[in-house]
Design a protein around this ligand. Structure first.
Ligand code: PGA
Length: 268
């Protein structure tokens, strides 16, 4: 995977109140202090993506429980609106997230697409807004089961990447993170096999190189997401094309998430 950094992102989705979120960070800090005795041999960054309501509390809790020997921990939002401010009831902008100390933002998650009408046309505006305000976008793409069965996986990935990244300049490529999340694997307990994920990741890499050229196309980390657990983390991360993971269900339990992080800290 060359010089690319390994990233493990915990997407809390619509879970945890403020007090639960703070309790989680305290417990995770405690577990990481024990699990990571020295600096990790792998360049890893941990990212927590709580709901908007808990972002501020999570950022303060992270500052309160520094982990000198553990990998850096950053906060991410689960969504962003593309305008900076205005009459957009219910929306949250990139400057607001930046002000809270966010470093990342998840964009185009399949649940946003399925339940809230998001498309590649909205993802492109969100990616551009994130980059404009120095937030790293984590762009989620992936095919449904029907699309996979119909042999359309590559076509779907190409369309999603081409439109969603159309506003990204070559010199911004290093800020972008891609999450390959086959829709059928999310929350299903049936992850893609390392072989299936590796094939998709290789294909995504060729598309990134086609968009940005060889060097810039090599820089964006490509994460795998969909039913990642402590039991399958090792084999997924051992796949050379997989630069990290976007974890949903298993990141809600600090013990499971710390286990995943400890596995991710060791070279494969
Ligand atoms: P899951 O969710 O790990 O629960 O499958 C992953 C995601 O939706 O990002």
């Amino acid at each position: 995977m060359g010089q690319r950094q390994r990233l493990i992102v915990g997407n809390w989705k619509m879970h945890k109140t403020v007090s639960e979120a703070v309790g989680f960070v305290e417990r995770l800090a405690d577990l990481l202090r024990r699990e990571t005795a020295g600096p990790p041999p792998v360049r890893l960054e941990i990212v927590l993506a709580p709901p908007f309501t808990a972002l501020s509390a999570v950022a303060s809790a992270l500052a309160k429980y520094p982990l000198p020997k553990s990998p850096p921990v950053s906060a991410a939002a689960q969504d962003v609106y593309w305008e900076d401010e205005g009459a957009f009831t219910g929306e949250v902008s990139a400057p607001m997230l930046k002000d809270l100390g966010c470093r990342y933002v998840i964009i185009g998650h399949s649940e946003r697409r399925r339940y809230f009408g998001e498309t590649d046309a909205t993802a492109v505006k969100k990616v551009a807004a994130a980059l404009r305000h120095r937030l790293r976008p984590i762009l989620c793409i992936g095919e449904t089961w029907e699309q996979r069965q119909g042999g359309q996986t590559e076509q779907v990935l190409t369309a999603q990447l081409t439109e969603s990244l159309s506003a990204v300049e070559k010199d911004q490529a290093a800020e972008v993170v891609i999450a390959y999340e086959p829709v059928w694997a999310i929350g299903s307990g049936h992850p893609a096999t390392p072989d299936q994920a590796g094939k998709a990741h290789r294909y995504i890499r060729t598309r990134l190189m086609a968009l940005w050229g060889q060097d810039a196309g090599e820089t964006a980390p490509i994460l795998y997401g969909g039913s990642v657990t402590p039991d399958n983390t090792e084999e997924l991360l051992a796949t050379p094309e997989i630069d990290g993971a976007l974890v949903g269900g298993a990141c809600l339990d600090p013990v499971k998430f710390a286990r995943i992080l400890a596995i991710a800290c060791t070279p494969h």
